[in-house]
Design a protein around this ligand. Structure first.
Ligand SMILES: [Zn+2]
Length: 474
């Protein structure tokens, strides 16, 4: 199977688009909201914004979108996803992280073919588009998933995305060593070679819509020498680094036992901290580690559903933001969430902090929307291009219907979005000035084909890995 098997046709062209009658939640520096507003888009850029009279002065649209009853928000930016886990939805419910990895995820991923990698990525991208995500950061592709075919699929999907090649040289995880499924173990030199090739071939493609970073696998799977090498390669390529860190308590213990310091200090010692570094999770970060992240300008990708479902803990997000850490949001993977729905993720992020700190104001709707949009753009170094609806920025916009029964009455558009909506309320999605979903019809990917192939591939994969899921889950 090849990438174009899942594409409908050529990408929609970047026409002169007028979005009209929208409640525009700009997320600009003033976080302005424009009622009954218009957005004019030309050649992928937002060229005018405001009332109909202001916008229509010199603009002749080729394509009009009536957004009555909808809010226009910056497309969501998911800074921690696993494309290759969409196919594993529901295979490991109600297990703790370590068991979840050893018993189900690694044996299944270790049996992946490149076809599985492609089908899973198509399913994941389809779900992201249908729930309003315009940009994502992939947390690390194994060679067996077929990173080049996935890059082609990303190009065809019309989404904005950053791919990364997983880099490793040992096969441990936190408290244990030599426990990774043999199908997951990769050679260090081959990892670095593929990472560079993927970067050369795809980074910056289509006016920067596609990017390529490096992914350090985990604390227990990357030696200090390799961390140093990853840091050097990232600075040579002028690209970013992403990594899972401080996800479970065992991470701190492992780092202290092996290296005598907490994980973030260990990363500092080997050059991993920097402005273009995104750490997923950070549930168990100490105060000193949080201060260090703020000092270096590294970002955190908060994954509240994953951390809750795997019983890993609750990250101290308000405390991190208080000292200046840039916090963004991630859905992680289908087996630990089980969806790639950033609207649901925003609600989860907000509610768990209120309950933890007994304070309803601690992470309000406005701040959580910032985490899912402008903070995500900052984490990826794309804050001058995306993350808000402003003249001069790339047109990455989600139109969300807030007129359904579960949204009414609606007094504050941002509160309605965060607390009442879900991804299925997203009506239309524009990425880089192309309409890639209109009235819930995805225009770039072949939805029926993806669903059919995903069903088939998932049952073949389980049979190949000799894993049976009973109806009572684990
Ligand atoms: Zn993850």
């Amino acid at each position: 199977m090849i990438s174009s098997s899942f594409a409908k046709k050529a990408l929609p062209k970047k026409s002169k688009i007028l979005v009209e009658h929208a409640t525009i939640v700009t997320m600009d520096a003033q976080e302005k909201v424009i009622h009954d507003g218009c957005i004019a888009i030309d050649e992928g850029i937002i060229v005018a914004l405001g009332s109909r009279e202001e916008v229509m002065k010199e603009f002749i649209p080729e394509h009009k979108i009536d957004a009555s009853g909808m809010i226009a928000v910056p497309g969501f930016i998911d800074t921690h996803i696993h494309l290759a886990q969409a196919l594993l939805r529901g295979v490991a419910d109600d297990l703790s992280l370590v068991e979840w990895l050893y018993k189900r995820i690694w044996p299944l991923q270790g049996n992946f073919t490149q076809n599985d990698g492609l089908i899973s990525s198509a399913l994941c991208m389809l779900e992201m588009i249908k729930s309003g995500t315009t940009t994502f950061l992939e947390s690390g592709l194994h060679t067996r998933y077929g990173s080049f075919a996935i890059a082609e699929l990303l190009e065809l999907s019309g989404m904005r995305g950053i791919l990364s090649k997983m880099i490793m040289d040992t096969n441990g995880y936190a408290s244990a060593t030599n426990i990774m499924h043999p199908g997951m173990v990769e050679d260090k030199d081959a990892c670095l070679r593929e990472a560079k090739q993927l970067h050369n071939a795809w980074n910056g493609k289509d006016s920067g819509r596609i990017g390529v970073w490096l992914a350090a696998r985990s604390l227990g799977a990357v030696s200090p020498a390799l961390l140093k090498e990853i840091s050097q390669v990232a600075s040579e390529l002028q690209t970013g680094i992403t990594m899972h860190l401080n996800e479970v308590r065992e991470d701190s213990k492992y780092s202290l036992d092996q290296y005598g310091v907490f994980p973030v200090f260990h990363m500092q010692n080997y050059g991993i901290l920097g402005r273009k570094t995104v750490f997923a999770h950070m549930v168990w970060a100490t105060d000193d580690e949080i201060s260090l992240l703020a000092k270096w300008g590294s970002s955190v990708s908060h994954c509240p559903s994953s951390n809750s479902k795997l019983a890993s803990g609750i990250a101290r997000i308000p405390e991190m933001m208080q000292v200046g850490v840039n916090v963004s949001l991630g859905c992680d993977g289908a087996p630990c969430n089980n969806t790639y729905d950033m609207i649901k993720e925003m609600k989860m992020a907000s509610l768990i902090q209120k309950a933890r700190l007994l304070d309803p104001r601690v992470l309000d709707a406005q701040r959580v929307l910032r985490i899912a949009t402008s903070n995500g753009a900052y984490a990826l170094g794309l804050q001058n291009k995306i993350g808000s609806i402003e003249v001069g920025k790339r047109a990455d916009i989600a139109l969300v219907n807030i007129s359904n029964e579960h949204c009414l009455p609606s007094f504050s558009p941002v509160s309605t979005l965060v607390y009442s909506c879900s991804g299925s309320d997203v009506d239309t999605l524009i990425v880089d000035g192309r309409v890639i979903m209109e009235k819930r019809e995805v225009l770039t990917l072949d939805e029926a084909r993806i669903l059919e192939e995903a069903r088939k591939a998932a049952s073949d994969l389980l049979a190949r890995a000799d894993i049976r899921i009973n109806t009572h889950n684990a």
